[in-house]
Design a protein around this ligand. Structure first.
Ligand SMILES: [Zn+2]
Ligand SMILES: [Zn+2]
Length: 621
C-alpha cells in the first residue's frame, strides 16, 4: 500500500497509518514516486525501526520460504531509534549504540577482562577453538561430553573482549535452565535468555539491557535469532541437527540456515555444533572435529526385540534404582496408548476429524487426537463391527510410568513430555527434582534427547526407534540413529553405563555405534545415488481443504502448471500420509530439482493463495 509523508522516512520505519476506519501499525518498505491516485497521510512515526539488514533478511525469508513480507518482518524485533526516527538505519545507529555500550562497559562496571575468566581448555579443545577462530563458518563435530560448551564460552568471551555481541541458539527452551546456570557463572548480567515463553515485562527488560549495551550475549531458542543486537560478532547454533530449528508454520524458515545467511550479511562468524551433525551441514561446511570425550567411559549396549516394556527393561531399571543410580527412558508416544484397534475387523479407532488414531489418556478419562486436540469419552466397542473390547497399541509415556511404578517398588518417575512440561516453571521444577535425586527415572519423548547433562545416569532405555525408521521420510535413518546417539549420550557422563535399545533391526544400529561419521559417509553415498538433499533441493506443497474434491482439484491444477518447468521434477503428488486433519482433506506434492533456483522460480509462478509451500521440508506427514 502507498501512503504519503511530508518527512523523509527510511525503509524499516514503523509508522501508524489509517486503514478503513482504524489506525494500523505498518512498516515503510520503500520510497516511490507520487502515484496518480490519492494517498492518505502517515499519521505518526514510532521510535522503533527495523534496520536495513533486518529488512534484507526478512525479504530473503519471505521469498525463499514463501511467506508474505509482513510475516517475515514480524519475526524480528525492531531497534530503538530514539527521538528522531529519521536518523536511521543501521550504520549510524549502530555506531551510536556501540559507542554507548563500550563507554558503559569500561566505565562504572568492571572491564570485560576482569569480569570473565574463560574456562581452561584441554589441548584438543584449544586446537578446535583456534581452528574455529580462523573460519567464517564451520561445523564443530564433537561427541557428547567432549566439551563443546567450554569452547563456546571461550568464543563468547573473545567477542566481549572485541566489543562484539553474540547469539547462542539452542533447539528448545527445555535446554535453557541448565545452560543459563553455566553461562551466568562466566558472564553474569551480560547474558540473557530469550524464548517465546518469556513474559512481556521480562522481554522489555532484556531489550532495555540490550539497548544500553549491558546484555551482550543472547541465548535461547529460535526466536533469539531476531533480537536487535548491535555489532554482532558470532552466532553459535548448538545441536544444529535438531529439526525443531525448522518452523512448522509460516514463515517456514530453518533457523540454522537463516543464521548462516545472517552471519554473511552482518559479517558475523557462525559456528554450528553437534555430536550428530546433520548430513547436509557436514556436507556443506568446514568440519572441525573434537574427537575425544572429556571423560572416557564405557557403554554397554544391549539390543532387544518387542514393542512394549518387558522383563529385561524392568530388571535393569530395578538394578540401577537399587544401586542408587539414575535412568532415562525414551519412547516417542505420549499418553497411555497411541491407538485403539479392533481385533475382529482390524480397524483403528479414528478421530472423526482427522485420519489418525485417537490416543488413550486414562488419567483424563478420554481419548485425544494429537493432531486437532479433539477429545471424546473412552470407547470400548468397535464403531465398524460392534466388537468389544478394543485392543490398545503403541505404549505411551503415561502407560510406561504406570507399568514401571508397579513393577519397581519405590522408584520415582519424572514424566518429561509436552503433556507434563507445559510451562518454563514446570520444566525447571522437573529438572531440579531429577538433579537433586528426588526422582530416579526421567521418562519422556523427544524432549529428553536435547542436551541435558546428568552425571548420575547409568542406564538409558530407548524404545520406538523402529517407528521412526519406518517413517516415509528420506531422513528416517538419520533421524533414528541420531536419536539413539543423543539419548545414549545422556548417560555415562561419570560412570560406566548401560544402554538398552529395542529394535527389530539391530544390525543397522550396531554398524555405526562406534562411529557416527561412518554413518554420515555411507548415507551421503546413498543420498547422492538417490538424488536427495544435499545433492538436490526439495520442496513440498500442501493443500488442505474442507471439500475433498476441491483439494484434489487444486493439487491437480498446480501439478499441471508445474509440469511446464522442465528443470524440476514432480516426485509424487496425491493424498498426504495423514489424509485429514481438523476436518480438512490434505494433499501434497513433492518437488525436486538439482538446483534451488529453478525450483524457487517455478514455485513463485504458481498461485500461492490456496496452497502452502514448504521449502527444504523436514516433515512429510
Ligand atoms: Zn471391528
Ligand atoms: Zn483430530
Amino acid at each position: 500500500m502507498t501512503y504519503a509523508s511530508a518527512q523523509l522516512l527510511m525503509s524499516g520505519s514503523i509508522v501508524s497509518v489509517p486503514l478503513k476506519t482504524t489506525l494500523k501499525d505498518a512498516v515503510v518498505i520503500e520510497e516511490v514516486d507520487k502515484p496518480e491516485f490519492e494517498t492518505a497521510e502517515i499519521v505518526s512515526v514510532s521510535d522503533r525501526s527495523y534496520s536495513k539488514e533486518q529488512m534484507d533478511i526478512a525479504k530473503f525469508i519471505s521469498e525463499y520460504y514463501f511467506s508474505s513480507l509482513g510475516e517475515a518482518i514480524s519475526l524480528f524485533i525492531p531497534y530503538h531509534v530514539g527521538e528522531d526516527p529519521r536518523v536511521l538505519p543501521s550504520d549510524e545507529t549502530k555506531v551510536q549504540v556501540s559507542s554507548l555500550a563500550q563507554g558503559r562497559t569500561l566505565g562504572s562496571s568492571p572491564t570485560v577482562a576482569e569480569l570473565v575468566e574463560a574456562p581452561k581448555l584441554t589441548q584438543a579443545q584449544q586446537n578446535a577453538y583456534e581452528q574455529l577462530l580462523k573460519k567464517d563458518r564451520a561445523l564443530l563435530f564433537g561427541v557428547t561430553g567432549s566439551g563443546k560448551t567450554e569452547i563456546f564460552i571461550t568464543l563468547f568471551a573473545k567477542m566481549l573482549e572485541e566489543g562484539k555481541t553474540s547469539i547462542f541458539l539452542m533447539p528448545e527452551i527445555s535446554l535453557t535452565p541448565q545452560m543459563e546456570k553455566r553461562l551466568k557463572v562466566y558472564f553474569g548480567e551480560s547474558v540473557a535468555m530469550w524464548h517465546s515463553k518469556l513474559t512481556k515485562k521480562k522481554k522489555e527488560s532484556i531489550l532495555k539491557g540490550i539497548e544500553e549495551g549491558e546484555i551482550r550475549i543472547v541465548a535461547g531458542a529460535r526466536s533469539a535469532l531476531f533480537v536487535p543486537l548491535s555489532d554482532l560478532g558470532l552466532i553459535v547454533v548448538d545441536e544444529e541437527h535438531d529439526d525443531s530449528y525448522k518452523a512448522m508454520t509460516r514463515p517456514r524458515y530453518h533457523a540454522r540456515d537463516v543464521a548462516v545467511l545472517m552471519g554473511s550479511k552482518l559479517g558475523a562468524k557462525v559456528v554450528l555444533a553437534s555430536a550428530t551433525p546433520s548430513i547436509s551441514s557436514y556436507y556443506k561446511y568446514d568440519v572441525v572435529k573434537l574427537a575425544h570425550a572429556f571423560v572416557q567411559t564405557e557403554k554397554k549396549y544391549q539390543f532387544i526385540s518387542g514393542d512394549s516394556i518387558n522383563h529385561t527393561m524392568l530388571h535393569a531399571l530395578h538394578t540401577h534404582y537399587k544401586a542408587g543410580d539414575q535412568s532415562l527412558l525414551f519412547l516417542p508416544t505420549r499418553g497411555n496408548f497411541k491407538y485403539l484397534y479392533c481385533e475382529s475387523c482390524g480397524k483403528t479407532h479414528l478421530c472423526p476429524y482427522c485420519s489418525v488414531g485417537m490416543a488413550l489418556h486414562r488419567k483424563y478419562k478420554h481419548l485425544k487426537c494429537h493432531y486437532c486436540n479433539f477429545t471424546e469419552a473412552i470407547a470400548d466397542t468397535c464403531t465398524q463391527c460392534g466388537y468389544s473390547p478394543l485392543k490398545s497399541e503403541r505404549m505411551g509415556t503415561v502407560e510406561a510410568i504406570e507399568v514401571i511404578s508397579e513393577a519397581v517398588e519405590g522408584i520415582q518417575v519424572e514424566q518429561f513430555d509436552k503433556d507434563s512440561i507445559t510451562t518454563a516453571k514446570k520444566l525447571k521444577e522437573a529438572l531440579k527434582r531429577f538433579e537433586t535425586g528426588e526422582s530416579n527415572l526421567l521418562l519422556g519423548t523427544q524432549m529428553l534427547s536435547k542436551g541435558h547433562d546428568y552425571a548420575n545416569i547409568t542406564l538409558s532405555v530407548i524404545m520406538g526407534l523402529d517407528y521412526i525408521l519406518g517413517l516415509a521420510d528420506y531422513r528416517a535413518r538419520e533421524r533414528a540413529i541420531s536419536l539413539l546417539f543423543q539419548i545414549a549420550g545422556r548417560s555415562g557422563r561419570a560412570k560406566e553405563a548401560e544402554v538398552i535399545v529395542q529394535t527389530g533391526d539391530p544390525e543397522f544400529f550396531q554398524t555405526y555405534l562406534a562411529d557416527y561419521e561412518l554413518f554420515i559417509k555411507d548415507e551421503l553415498a546413498f543420498l547422492e545415488m538417490a538424488d536427495y538433499p544435499p545433492f538436490a533441493s526439495l520442496a513440498r506443497i500442501l493443500v488442505a481443504h474442507k471439500d475433498e474434491s476441491k483439494a484434489g482439484k487444486i493439487t491437480l491444477d498446480t501439478v499441471t502448471k508445474l509440469k511446464a518447468f522442465k528443470e524440476i521434477e514432480i516426485v509424487g503428488s496425491g493424498k498426504a500420509p495423514v489424509e485429514r486433519i481438523a476436518n480438512k482433506f490434505r494433499f501434497n506434492i513433492l518437488l525436486r530439482a538439482k538446483n534451488r533456483v529453478p525450483l524457487l522460480k517455478a514455485l513463485h509462478s504458481v498461485d500461492c493463495r490456496e496452497i502452502e509451500i514448504d521449502f527444504d521440508p523436514v516433515e512429510f506427514s
